[in-house]
Design a protein around this ligand. Structure first.
Ligand SMILES: [Cu+2]
Length: 67
């Protein structure tokens, strides 16, 4: 199983959004790195034991929707 998971995040329109989402997801236990592609709305989350639900909650709490 890969240590990197991808999420389709809706509502990110600028680099400020990307920074906000990255900062929120970085707080999730086990997250080593995050990478946002604004053009596609893709968030990559790297970490060996990251809880999927916690990542989704962090994105939602930051004010964005995840598909
Ligand atoms: Cu923005």
């Amino acid at each position: 199983m890969s240590d990197t998971n991808e999420y389709a995040v809706q509502g990110m329109t600028c680099s400020s959004c990307a920074t906000k989402v990255s900062a929120a997801v970085s707080q999730v236990v086990g997250v080593i790195a995050t990478d946002v592609d604004l053009a596609t709305g893709t968030l990559k989350v790297t970490g060996p034991a990251v809880e999927d639900t916690e990542v989704r909650t962090a994105i939602a709490d930051a004010g964005y929707r995840v598909g």
